[in-house]
Design a protein around this ligand. Structure first.
Ligand code: ARG
Length: 691
């Protein structure tokens, strides 16, 4: 099939089908705990993306947008690697990426029986506490006597449990990146859209101690020798070819019910989009003023813009593909199957009641997390809540962990945009959230700054907050950290602002939200259990949860709408077609244009002399899969997965067979960008190339 994010350990259940579709290896080639297998070449990149090892010297390939934060933070107007690109000439030139880690899966194990035995007969908080306890035991046992880490994750909404044992490497260095005009070609305009022409890749290297084991950063650490690295194929792909994607998909909600979809479409998604829009506009205005501000804010801008557009697309396609009606149909089938089964017969009615009770409060947490906390100084102030608790308890060292945090925060703090964000999100909150849910502070602000024009009042208020709060001033924050005083923290205007919204939430309706989450979780577990019982013998995959998965399918074109057909691959000619000199999204480096003019594509051209840039497959991926290897039937690397397509943006909820595609950068384009554009053939020489 194409739908399905399968657990590699259980892939033998899919093996016959995979073979029929063109897979040439064995299940042991994918997952083997006794010798190197493909899974050993796949890394969880920083906890938010995927990467793959492509040389015996620990070279890791991932997306440009996964390396973006590191790349931007290493850039200054004088040494601007974000705009100009960068390739280390030797290992000494590789740039340490502080705080970044990759982890490699050692093994996984089904621990359902253990967890169920421990939590038998328990519900709610008691069950959660027991689950935490047994998880700790399982982890301790799985890692004892090793340097490994481990965690337990539930699958199928709590109907199955696995322990994942991993090895975590934290000395990671940037090896190279194309200029962002190539790595982010098409920008937000092309994001989530096929046909695509983005060279979305960057490269890192894993370093280890002399014993090849994980070690904290040290100049003398050595390139990691992996158990397995991927071979790279220059043979290219054709429509219908087998393809599989290995990686760490973050979250899907394929068992979501119709009530959740209605709430998302009508309320939650539009709110997220509206609130993110305030941040994006405020940042953009400042980013256009200078290169240094642009470099400072561009990583966070890209992050927020990515899911801003995601939620626009998800809402559009949930409607367009009639996902609500589809779910209603599935639920009707479940209802008639379960009519005589007391364990299941009231699940859907109970979902309905839970959503009815929750809906009036559903926007507050969204306006908090996406709105009020969107002003970075406000979030920064919020991070001092444990400091308040510590100082109250007389612990002066409560500020200790904040020193590094403050250092980091002020590196990318931009006051003018932040001030606008506070005023804008406060106004949105004031207009959109029912009055009886407002904190008293809003009334006080209006009384002081003018109740007849809330917009102007919130602006003046915000000006005052930013003029007086220590969280908007590095010097003031440092002074506080040097001599922390409880009163100073409690009287800080940004601190008072954020705590007013949080206390109000805690006092008035956090219990409703918590109760909803608990009920929703318990119903979800029963619902999925019922669905499994209703479909005996059916091969099912669990929702994505940032654990390693494999999805397989084929290279496949599609028709986005009547009379329109999209090809399965794009070429460098298409890059040139989109080129707009000096544009912020569609500009190209001068040497790119020269190489193109000379048709200098080297060994990376196909048999017709064209340079293929991207292709699509019907593989089942989501966020977190970014950077995942796309492999052919022999397990050789043919591309990098980096996006989903617009017509199937509802894909995290329902996989649409007709429309859902994975957008990939062709590995030949990636290598051309390294070798020819980046003039770094020594990097390509590290790899095992199959022609
Ligand atoms: N949509 C891509 C993903 O979530 C990220 C693309 C980043 N590019 C951009 N223009 N923001 O994997």
């Amino acid at each position: 099939a194409d739908e399905g994010m399968w657990l590699p350990m259980l892939i033998n259940k899919n093996y016959d089908q995979m073979k029929r579709q063109g897979f040439k290896l064995t299940p042991q080639d994918i997952y083997d705990i006794n010798k190197g297998s493909l899974k050993d070449a796949i890394v969880w990149f920083g906890g938010f993306c995927t990467g793959e090892i492509v040389s015996e010297k620990g070279l890791v390939l991932t997306n440009h947008h996964c390396g973006y934060d590191v790349i931007a933070s290493k850039s200054t107007p004088q040494d601007n690697i974000l705009d100009n690109g960068f390739w280390a000439k030797n290992t000494a030139e590789e740039k340490p990426a502080e705080g970044l880690f990759v982890s490699i899966l050692v093994r996984m194990e089904d621990v359902t029986a253990q967890v169920n035995a421990a939590t038998k007969g328990l519900e709610g908080a008691e069950k959660a506490a027991k689950y935490a306890e047994i998880s700790k035991e399982i982890v301790a046992k799985a890692t004892s006597g090793t340097g490994y880490e481990a965690f337990v994750r539930d699958m199928f909404k709590g109907n199955q449990y696995f322990v994942f044992v991993t090895e975590k490497y934290s000395d990671i260095r940037l090896v190279g990146t194309p200029p962002q005009s190539v790595g982010k070609y098409g920008g937000d305009t092309d994001n989530w859209i096929w046909p695509r022409h983005t060279g979305d890749f960057s490269m890192f290297r894993i370093y280890a101690g002399k014993d090849n084991k994980p070690a904290a950063y040290a100049k003398d650490n050595v390139p990691f020798t992996p158990k397995r690295s991927l071979a790279v194929s220059l043979k290219g792909v054709k429509e219908g070819d087998f393809s599989m994607v290995f990686g760490y998909p973050g979250r899907t909600n394929r068992y979501e019910n119709s009530y959740g979809i209605k709430l998302a479409v009508e309320k939650v998604n539009p709110a997220i989009v509206k609130l993110r829009d305030i941040r994006l506009k405020s940042w953009k205005e400042q980013m256009e003023k200078s290169d240094s501000v642009r470099l400072l804010l561009s990583s966070e801008y890209a992050n927020i813009a990515n899911y801003w557009k995601y939620f626009i697309g998800q809402t559009e396609q949930l409607k367009h593909l009639k996902v609500y009606d589809y779910k209603k149909g599935e639920e009707a089938k479940f209802q008639s199957w379960s009519a005589s089964k007391p364990e299941y017969s009231s699940i859907l009615a109970d979902y309905g009641k839970a959503y009815d009770a929750y809906t009036p409060y559903a926007l507050y947490p969204i306006y908090l997390s996406q709105g009020i906390f969107g002003a970075t100084a406000v979030s920064f102030a919020r991070s001092f809540m444990p400091v308040e608790a510590g100082l109250k308890a007389g612990k002066v060292d409560a500020v200790a962990p904040m020193k590094e945090h403050a250092e980091e925060f002020f590196k990318s703090f931009n006051l003018p945009s932040d001030k606008k964000i506070l005023a804008g999100t406060l106004l949105a909150f004031y207009n959109d959230i029912p009055k009886d849910q407002h904190p008293a502070l809003i009334g006080e602000i209006l009384a002081k700054y003018g109740a007849d024009d809330p917009e102007a009042a919130f602006k003046k208020y915000s000006d005052d907050v930013y003029a007086n709060s220590m969280f908007a001033s590095k010097a003031k924050t440092e002074a506080f950290l040097a001599a922390p005083e409880l009163g100073k923290l409690q009287n800080d205007p940004a601190y008072q602002y954020v705590t007013a919204f949080i206390s109000n939430y805690r006092e008035k309706f956090m219990k409703n939200v918590d109760a909803f989450n608990a009920t929703n979780g318990a119903l979800g577990q029963k619902y999925v259990k019922g669905i499994m019982e209703m479909n005996p013998g059916k091969l099912m995959y669990p929702d994505a949860n940032s654990t390693m998965r494999l999805t397989y399918g084929n290279i496949k074109a599609y028709a986005p709408k009547d009379a329109v057909k999209y090809d399965y691959e794009t070429t460098i000619d298409g890059v040139i077609e989109k080129y707009v000199p000096k544009d912020s999204e569609f500009d190209l480096p001068a040497n790119y244009l020269e190489l193109y003019k000379k048709k200098d594509f080297g060994q990376y051209a196909n048999e017709k002399g064209q340079l293929i840039v991207g292709f699509i497959s019907n593989n089942d991926i989501t966020g977190g899969n970014s950077g995942s290897p796309v492999l052919n039937g022999n397990g050789e690397l043919i591309g990098l997965a980096f996006d989903g397509n617009w017509e199937a943006m509802s894909g995290d909820i329902v996989f649409d067979q007709k429309y859902k595609r994975t957008i990939c950068a062709d590995i030949r384009y990636v290598l051309w960008c390294v070798d020819k554009l980046g003039n770094a053939p020594h990097i390509v020489k590290e790899m095992k190339i199959v022609k």
